[in-house]
Design a protein around this ligand. Structure first.
Ligand code: 13P
Length: 256
């Protein structure tokens, strides 16, 4: 059975005090949710204090990126060992904003994924096409490129420990969500690629999240789709009410 994972990607939002207020609220309201894995990915500056705050709770900690080396002269970067130190369980890799503004490539994604797996942190690997790529009929080609090269040379056992997030770039922060059937079509294609790279059983157990303007009112219809196993939430994870509602909506659905 696949785990439904709802992860909040806070991007470059929230000071420490704002972050602690939000997490205290989430903890208070979500303490009895068991069938959804709840993950928050705050900025690095908040990780330490949030880690302590959620240590006894059902909320897991993730980071938004990391370097592929464990240490070195890489000014401004954060390593996997530093994330482990803070009890991070997840790390987002290859977000489209990193690809677009910070020269992230499938090659760097691949190196980061391997390092995260080596140190037992679950990478949430983001893939997705831009609007012009969709309009040019290149969606599947782009997804195949992101999946095959981003996850290149992973063993079956390693692939089984990866989470994928399909985030069509045109749906991020725009209020334009992919229609559930439109997203399902890509999710099922991703699962087929994963099966080709491992086997059917491994692929069936990999969580594939959807991301891009996920809101309380579209969560259920998206996650009801056969191959959509949760959400990577941006804007709606920055406030208690919508994020709680998204998680509760997901918790009300049957596991797949
Ligand atoms: P929004 O939910 O704000 O569209 O952001 C999605 C996203 O980029 C999550 O990683």
């Amino acid at each position: 059975m696949r785990k439904i994972i709802i992860a909040g990607n806070w991007k470059m939002y929230k000071t420490i005090s704002e972050a602690l207020e939000l997490v205290n609220g989430l903890k208070r309201i979500l303490y009895n949710i068991e069938n959804v894995e709840i993950v928050i990915c705050p900025p690095y500056t908040c990780l330490d204090q949030i880690s302590e705050l959620i240590s006894e709770s059902n909320i897991k900690l993730g980071a938004q990126d990391m370097h592929w080396e464990t240490e070195g002269a890489f000014t401004g970067e954060v390593s996997v060992l530093m994330l482990k130190d803070l009890s991070c369980r997840y790390v987002i890799i290859g977000h489209s904003e990193r690809r677009q503004y910070f020269s992230e490539t499938n090659e760097t994604v691949n190196k980061k994924v391997k390092t995260a797996l080596k140190y037992n942190i679950t990478p949430i690997v983001c893939v997705g096409e831009k609007l012009e790529e969709r309009q040019a009929g290149k969606t599947f080609q782009i997804i195949e490129d992101h999946i095959k090269n981003g996850l290149k040379d992973l063993s079956k056992e390693e692939l089984a420990r990866v989470v994928i997030a399909y985030e069509p770039v045109w749906a991020i922060g725009t209020g334009l969500t992919a229609k559930p059937e439109q997203a399902q079509e890509v999710h099922s294609f991703i699962r087929k690629l994963l099966s080709d790279m491992s086997d059917e059983e491994t692929a069936q157990n990999i969580t594939i999240q959807y991301g891009g303007s996920v809101k309380p009112d579209n969560t259920k219809d998206l996650i009801k789709q056969k191959d959509i196993d949760g959400a990577l939430v941006g804007g709606a994870s920055l406030k208690i009410d919508p994020f709680v509602e998204i998680i509760k909506n997901a918790a009300g659905l049957e596991a797949k």
